[in-house]
Design a protein. Structure first.
Length: 243
């Protein structure tokens, strides 16, 4: 039996699947993974990407922060790929209970998925740091001042994207929901992540179900513990396995 057929069987025999996704899910929608492409940013910016995406940098250098953020982190024209669409289908069939993602692009919701736990937040949500008014991504872009900093139309305070920056803590409620979903799943499908970035590896430890499926182009430290390992494109594999 080939691996796609094995995955089909696992899905068929599961009733409570959780998907855990990393950057590889987004790169197939042509959103680059800034962690794997430091060379590119080094040529364009005088700071490292991790530094520019830190809380202290955002506070000290808002102009440079938003310049990097809007130029490199926002892909307004990105559309869901086969992985997002297959997961939406699985949720509609009642088999997929939750998507836990490290991505911030909102593409799972764009594809129609409902229970999406965004560990690092979403570029789609933005709020005024003073009056807490919320703004869509489009509104936030429209409200950028002459320095490129988005400003609230009530009080001119900075509008901050609801994404978790370096040095900032993760939302404990989202972590709780993710742990809860993973610990109650009968199948955990992990895709598009090398499982080395915090908190991915830690969350996977809560899985107590039957089938751990790893789908990633490269091998991961968890490969030896998995029920099924597929080294291929996440979009291609899910598209073929989900009918
Ligand atoms: Zn405001």
């Amino acid at each position: 039996m080939d691996k796609i057929e094995q995955l089909r069987k696992i899905i068929e025999n599961s009733s409570s699947i959780v998907f855990f996704g990393g950057a590889g899910v987004s790169t197939e929608s042509h959103i680059p993974d800034f962690r794997s492409d430091t060379g590119l940013y080094k040529r364009k910016y005088p700071y490292l990407a991790e530094q520019m995406l830190s809380h202290s940098f955002y506070v000290k250098h808002p102009k440079e922060f938003f310049d990097f953020y809007f130029n490199e982190m926002i892909y307004e024209d990105a559309v869901p790929n086969k992985a997002h669409l297959a997961l939406t289908k699985l949720e509609k069939q009642g088999k997929l209970k939750a998507i836990v993602t490290q991505n911030i692009d909102g593409l799972h919701q764009k594809a129609g998925s409902v229970n999406v736990l965004e560990l690092h937040g979403s570029v789609m949500r933005n709020y005024c740091t003073q009056c807490k008014k919320s703004f869509t991504l489009d509104e936030t872009i429209q409200l950028r001042d002459k320095d490129g900093i988005p400003r609230c139309d009530n009080d001119q305070a900075i509008i901050k994207p609801d994404v978790v920056l370096y040095e900032e803590g993760l939302d404990q409620h989202i972590i709780y929901e993710a742990v809860n979903a993973i610990s109650h799943a009968d199948t955990l499908i992990v895709g598009g992540t090398s499982l080395v970035v915090y908190p991915a590896a830690g969350l996977i430890q809560y899985f107590q179900g039957k089938n751990l499926v790893l789908i990633n182009k490269e091998s991961t430290p968890m490969d030896s513990q998995a029920t099924l390992v597929i080294h291929d494109s996440i979009g291609k594999v899910l598209d073929e396995a989900v009918k």
